[in-house]
Design a protein around this ligand. Structure first.
Ligand SMILES: [Zn+2]
Length: 198
């Protein structure tokens, strides 16, 4: 049976976060009513994201250039690495203006219930870059204040401490269960400043 293109567009749009069936339908019909140029530009932009954005080989952040702008910036302090669960957390921490070190993105947190174990998060890549030039002297773990985020922090501390590198956890003025990306700037700046050894 032939695929109904309008139906297919609705189904795909409905898979975006915060977009329900009704909104998806409204957006799809809107696109159809626009000039074909708009739809083509939209499709091109989507393909551009797919083809042009990759993960930085050093920090695993999403980037269009290799290495990413932060890893490639000679002004950044290279002895400190802040570990985050999600790529968008970097933008939140950068917005505080309080942090000048490098990052490492895990792309997840440990969650045995969801089948996410140590091999599914990018911890191995983190350990591999620690002896770099210059060597990393502090790893700040900024995973979320959830059971999974805490378990991930303890797991990383267990791997990194034996290497003689300080491991700290950001202080959580951020509410329990809190995602970094939703914390306000001041709270996040305080959380960084009040970090404690783990
Ligand atoms: Zn990078």
């Amino acid at each position: 049976m032939a695929v109904d293109p309008l139906r297919e567009l609705c189904d795909l749009l409905a898979r975006l976060p915060g977009v329900g069936e009704r909104t998806a339908q409204r957006l799809a019909y809107h696109v159809v009513r626009q000039s074909p140029d708009y739809a083509r530009a939209l499709a091109q932009a989507l393909l551009g994201v797919v083809d042009g954005v990759r993960t930085c080989s050093r920090c695993q952040a999403l980037t269009a250039v290799e290495p990413c702008a932060i890893c490639g910036d000679p002004q950044r302090e290279r002895g400190v690495v802040c570990v985050v669960a999600n790529p968008q957390d970097i933008a939140s921490i950068e917005a505080t203006g309080e942090y000048r070190g490098l990052y490492h993105v895990l792309h997840g947190v440990l969650s045995p219930l969801e089948g996410i174990g140590p091999e599914e998060i990018r911890a191995r890549q983190l350990i591999a870059r620690l002896p770099g030039e210059p060597p990393v002297r502090e790893v700040i773990v900024a995973t979320p204040a959830s059971v999974e985020g805490e378990a991930t922090a303890l797991y990383l501390a267990g791997l990194i401490r034996p290497l003689g590198i300080a491991v700290t956890r950001i202080a959580f003025g951020i509410p329990m269960g809190g995602e970094i990306e939703y914390a306000d700037k001041l709270t996040l700046a305080r959380a960084l400043g009040g970090r404690r050894p783990i």
